[in-house]
Design a binder for this molecule. Structure first.
Ligand code: FDA
Ligand code: NAD
Length: 476
């Protein structure tokens, strides 16, 4: 049994959705393109899963929707008020995260089909009907269990062999399990990970049955921070546990981290730092009752969320493609060591021009843009130059919202009002600005920090940069 396609996208996440959109824009013919995904649904905007998806069902009663006219553009703010939390979410580029709840002025938690790709960039929503209308085969709920890049074939778990001329690998990543750190208990009912829709549905159920109870969040990275905020909004008491001295240690400076930690503490979140989970306590029904930490602390727990990092899904290609920094190594056209195989999104390690090194990025903007770029390189090779990507990360929790561009290397210059809600930082390496961070910025301010990070201006006097602060970016 088998089918043959010109183009196959392996994986059905964010990068797959944006790649499909780009294939259609560039005139792919009906029947030429196929997407194979282990997930049972068409590609969607994964960031929604730790934000709008986790809003409480009854939040509707207390939502107030404001529409704000700003600089001649219609922009909408959604103010989410509950007894525990106030969250302001600006529309513009982020409608995706809460899907039609914002787009349509509705106020339920985000659910599919509202946040299928490509609502994240305010483009059309690619529902299953869209794929059908464009003659794209969606092979859903199907895991590819082996790949042969020499024969250009993929073997699915259902026993089908699918052949391609060009393969786009968009397999993303999987959540690291506690077992990989020697701790047992991941399969317990109230231990939650968050990578896909099935995880998110499970998490919603566990949150609903833990209302008013205690949650322990393991990990102080993106999942930990965003889920902790959602737990608070769901009226669950939260303790965060992580091994580092402060949250978001991969990106935040201690000064930036302490702002967010104090904000979370004011919402009732407790932090236990510099230690890790060693075991769970269970009752006679195998329900978790507590977590035990290496430092001897025992924390009562009705539920646990684990966000301890990811591993890119490269195993199908080990020994067949060159791997680097944990991902599939690609060139500036997103082409791997096999010229018929391209890789994009979380699984790809690509040259980042502005930092003159290869990097693997685990963020949605990179997934979207690398996917579009690969398709351009496949469909119009002569017109496509090397990918020139400025790394961009962001997060939104409670009323807070930050953006970061570039590289977090070198000296850090903080600026702004750390007691208010608008502050930031520049990273200066070898005399040039290489990274910028801003909390609470306007659209124009975020654009300004992105621009200066790309321009990499020379900095002669760090004190002067500190004094000018955001003004430096705004006047450049
Ligand atoms: P993605 O993980 O989206 O998709 C991979 C796909 O491949 C999945 O459908 C998977 O099932 C499939 N697959 C894997 N192996 C397969 C196989 N063998 N056979 C068939 N299918 C297979 N980033 C950001 O910048 N801002 C944010 O706010 C967030 N928020 C956020 C929340 C949550 C909960 C998560 C988990 C992640 C984020 N991210 C984020 C990160 C962002 O979502 C991530 O970078 C992109 O989803 C990466 O897109 P990919 O398409 O590369 O992988
Ligand atoms: P992460 O890399 O952001 O954070 C992992 C955290 O795990 C570390 O900060 C550390 O505190 C903790 N940790 C590591 N080992 C541990 C251990 N043994 N015990 C306890 N804690 C340990 O990864 P994540 O938070 O799991 O996020 C997963 C992926 O989802 C990442 O790729 C991330 O980029 C993505 N994501 C991004 C966003 C966003 O960009 N806004 C939001 C959600 C998820």
């Amino acid at each position: 049994m088998g089918r043959a396609f010109v183009y196959v996208i392996l994986g059905g996440g964010v990068a797959a959705g944006y790649a499909a959109h780009e294939f259609v824009k560039r005139g792919v013919e009906h029947g030429e393109l196929c997407i194979i995904s282990e997930e049972p649904v068409a590609p969607y905007e994964r960031p929604a899963l730790s934000k709008g998806y986790l809003l409480p069902e009854d939040s509707k009663k207390s939502f107030i929707v404001h529409r704000v006219l700003n600089f001649g553009q219609i922009r909408k703010s959604l103010i989410v008020e509950s007894s525990m939390a106030l969250a302001t979410v600006e529309l513009d580029m982020l409608a995706q995260e809460i899907g039609s709840r914002v787009c349509g002025g509705e106020d339920d938690p985000a659910r599919l089909p509202a946040f299928h790709c490509c609502v994240g960039t305010n483009e059309e929503r690619l529902t299953p009907k869209w794929y059908k209308e464009h003659g794209i085969e969606l092979v859903l709920g199907t895991r590819v269990k082996s790949a042969d890049v020499r024969r250009k074939t993929l073997l699915t778990a259902t026993g089908e062999t699918i052949t391609y001329k060009i393969l786009l690998v968009a397999t993303g990543a999987r959540a690291l399990k506690l077992e990989e750190f020697g701790v047992k208990g991941s399969d317990a009912e109230s231990v939650c990970y968050l990578r896909d829709l099935a995880d998110a549905n499970r998490l919603v159920n566990v949150m609903q049955s833990s209302s008013g109870g205690n949650a322990v969040v393991i990990g102080g990275g993106y999942i930990g921070m965003e889920c902790a905020a959602s737990l608070v909004i769901n009226k669950i008491n939260v303790t965060m546990v992580f091994p580092e001295a402060h949250c978001m240690a991969r990106l935040f400076t201690p000064k930036i981290a302490s702002y967010y930690e104090e904000y979370y503490q004011a919402k009732g979140v407790k932090f236990v730092k510099g230690t890790v989970l060693t075991s769970f306590d269970f009752d006679s029904n195998q329900k978790i009752t507590a977590v035990n930490l290496r430092d001897g602390t025992r924390l009562p727990a009705d539920m646990v969320i684990v966000g301890i990092g990811i591993r890119p899904n490269t195993s199908l290609f080990e020994g067949q493609l060159t791997l680097e920094k944990g991902g599939i190594k690609v060139n500036g056209r997103m082409q791997s060591s096999n010229s018929s195989v391209y890789a994009v999104g979380d699984v790809a390690t690509f040259p980042v021009k502005i930092s003159s090194e290869t990097r693997r990025l685990e963020h949605v903007d990179s997934a979207r843009k690398s996917a579009r770029h690969a398709v351009a390189a496949i469909m119009e090779p002569e017109k496509t130059t090397d990918f020139d990507y400025l790394p961009f990360f962001y997060s939104r929790v409670f009323t807070l919202s930050w953006q970061f561009y570039g590289d977090s290397t070198g000296d850090v210059i903080h600026f702004g009002d750390f007691l208010g809600n608008s502050f930031g930082a520049y990273w200066v390496n070898n005399g040039h600005v290489v990274g910028s961070f801003l909390e609470g910025g306007t659209k124009e301010e975020y654009e300004a920090i992105a621009k200066i990070t790309r321009l990499k201006p020379e900095i002669e006097d760090l004190t002067d940069l500190e004094t000018q602060g955001l003004g430096f970016a705004l006047t450049l």
